[in-house]
Design a protein around this ligand. Structure first.
Ligand code: NAD
Length: 302
């Protein structure tokens, strides 16, 4: 079986000067893609800027015989990043929204700046880059977009109300956009990576970090962004060589005789909030209507 190739494809990777983004960039550079290496080059808290992070990765790709160009804009100004792709390579096929920072602090002590900056980089950044790439992808009827969510968003982490909410919002963005892109062969997925990087090096032990190499995230991102892959609207949790897909689960629920009262809800709380054998895995916002408007059918199982 021949390996996956990306010859002729133009890929934009945001935050590609370090960590995961750098691994993606080096991979695509080796597999024939033309790579836009974006990085603002600031601190992990989102302060400062420098061109050296992106430049080093571009140099490394070129030294290995690949094709790459640097871009130093913040992802908030996604149109400038996509412009680099269009002006240099004439198109954009793959967008990896990866740039990220952390501003961890308990909610009590969180300042507006901690909230706003996280939203600017993660959610606004993902929006702005995608918004600029979208018309090109629609026009060419081809696109692959990977958005970087986080287990922090899916499960919630103490001290990360800003980051957790922005990261789950990023997956909401994926879910809605995947529905808009499907007919035009534009597929959008989210990943929740766990990997050693400057974002995790202070919160995990050396032993743990050693088994969480950032290169272990590359194979899933590569496959999801390949033209043969038809997956869309999904979210994956991965690290240390393990990859798994997440989905929503709805419990059986309880259908009350209307009108009903808060006391009725209290009396049926186990049925409303518990998970038994009868569960659903809804994929759309309207599937619940099948229950709303088929009460008789539902009551037979209740
Ligand atoms: P990293 O700090 O090594 O890399 C992030 C890169 O993004 C940096 O090079 C930084 O300069 C760049 N960046 C930051 N703000 C930017 C901006 N406004 N514009 C352009 N570039 C900017 O971190 P990483 O661990 O590789 O993180 C990559 C992504 O994965 C992030 O979105 C992060 O939230 C997410 N993530 C990482 C982990 C993990 O375990 N490492 C877990 C969950 C999610």
């Amino acid at each position: 079986m021949s390996g996956l190739r990306f010859d002729g494809k133009v890929v934009v990777i945001t935050g590609a000067g370090n960590g995961l983004g750098k691994e993606y960039a080096l991979y695509y550079g080796k597999k024939g893609a033309k790579v836009v290496v974006n990085d603002l080059g600031g601190s992990m808290k989102g302060t400062g800027a420098s061109s050296s992070a992106a430049d080093k990765v571009v140099d490394e790709i070129k030294a290995a015989g690949g094709i790459a160009v640097a871009n130093y804009d913040s992802v908030e100004f996604g149109e400038k990043i996509i412009e680099t792709a269009i002006k240099t390579f004439g198109k954009i096929d793959i967008l990896i929204n990866n740039a990220g920072i952390l501003r961890d602090v308990s909610f009590e002590k969180m300042k507006d700046e901690d909230w706003d900056l996280i939203y600017k980089v993660h959610l606004k950044g993902t929006y702005a880059c995608t918004k600029a790439a979208w018309p090109y992808m629609r026009e060419q009827k081809y696109g692959r977009i990977i958005n970087t969510s986080s287990a922090s968003g899916v499960y919630g982490v103490f001290g990360q109300t800003n980051y957790s909410s922005a990261k789950l919002a990023t997956h909401g963005f994926t879910l809605a956009l995947s529905k808009e892109g499907q007919k035009r062969n534009i597929f959008v997925n989210s990943i929740c990576p766990v990997a050693a990087s400057r974002l995790t090096e202070t919160i995990m032990s050396k032993e743990i970090l050693q088994s969480l190499k950032p290169e272990y995230i590359v194979p899933l991102v590569a496959w999801l962004s390949h033209e043969d892959c038809k997956e869309t609207g999904s979210i994956f949790e991965l690290g240390a060589g393990y990859i798994s897909k997440l989905r929503w689960q709805r419990n059986q629920g309880y259908f009350f005789d209307t009108p009903f009262t808060p006391e009725d809800v209290k009396s049926k709380w186990d049925e409303v909030s518990g998970f038994g054998n009868n569960v659903y895995y809804p994929l759309t916002s309207t599937e619940i209507f099948e229950i709303f408007f088929n009460k008789e059918e539902f009551l037979k199982q209740q």
